[in-house]
Design a binder for this molecule. Structure first.
Ligand code: ADP
Length: 259
């Protein structure tokens, strides 16, 4: 009888403990959800003023009266910063939404080659500043079924990093490769940059992880780019990995299902 009482007391204690722990977690879960919602709302609200500032800069750029080289240069710098912030805010939205259960992606069929060309045009001024030559080799016609805005965001992150972490006069190469057997497409973004050592290769996809904090800060990095890139790839059921040699360069390889 004593053993039975002891077992029952133990079971009751475990049950009470379990219920109390469950209850204790509820406020924590609510607080976390509130934080997530705040980040989502704040990122969303920041998009409109940023796009208004961007349009204003673009209007000023076309204004013949103030088009002196000095003003033009300042406007260009402002535009670069606004674009960086727009991408960061867009990226934050991807991250906070990815934690939302049942989040949807809006897929459409689009030409990946044209999307790459569009992003290359966008990134060209950054490459020009560092005299980095970008080549887009191997351009098969690739129609993918994906969320085009997110895929462009992914391309922008990889190309921006390739330029950021490559010394002046380096080279960046973009390549698309279709695999008819698996019905997938691979996107290669290769650079002749600083490279990443093997010990850091996995961590670079973690949020806020930066191999060289000083260099990253100088280059304007936030440590979020690759975690956003990985999230975009994951929600498309793709894969991302990197081959790299210190001092020689890195190649990021994304594989996406085509349809
Ligand atoms: P950041 O904003 O710091 O660039 P990312 O998440 O995009 O953040 O990248 C994480 C880290 O991975 C970077 O700080 C950098 O150390 C490294 N990294 C990313 N891309 C490259 C690259 N192409 N060449 C060398 N290092 C890179």
């Amino acid at each position: 009888v004593l053993v039975l009482i002891a077992v029952c007391a133990l079971l009751a204690a475990v049950l009470v403990g379990y219920l109390m722990a469950g209850k204790a977690i509820v406020p924590l879960k609510n607080a976390y959800e509130q934080q997530r919602q705040f980040a989502a709302d704040a990122s969303h609200e920041l998009r409109t003023p940023l796009s208004i500032v961007l349009s204003a800069i673009e209007i000023l750029e076309e204004e013949p009266e103030i088009k002196t080289p000095f003003v033009f240069e300042i406007l260009n710098d402002m535009k670069d910063e606004v674009l960086k912030m727009t991408n960061l805010v867009g990226g934050l939205l991807v991250l906070v939404r990815s934690e939302q259960p049942g989040q949807k992606i809006i897929k459409e069929t689009f030409n990946l080659t044209l999307a790459v060309e569009q992003i290359l045009r966008k990134i060209q001024p950054l490459a020009k500043k560092k005299e980095i030559h970008i080549d887009f080799i191997n351009k098969p016609i690739v129609e993918v079924h994906a969320e085009s805005g997110k895929i462009k965001q992914l391309l922008l992150i990889l190309l921006d990093n390739a330029i950021k972490y490559t010394p002046d006069q380096g080279r960046v190469e973009v390549k698309l490769q279709k695999n008819l057997e698996t019905n997938t497409v691979k996107i290669f973004v290769a650079d002749t940059g600083v490279g990443i050592d093997a010990a850091n290769l996995q961590q670079i996809f973690e949020r806020f992880y930066r191999v060289d904090k000083v260099r990253s800060r100088v280059c304007g990095g936030s440590g979020l780019g690759l975690s956003i890139a990985r999230e975009i790839v994951n929600i498309h059921n793709g894969t991302i990995h990197v081959d790299s040699t210190i001092g020689k360069g890195s190649t990021f390889i994304v594989e996406l299902p085509e349809f």
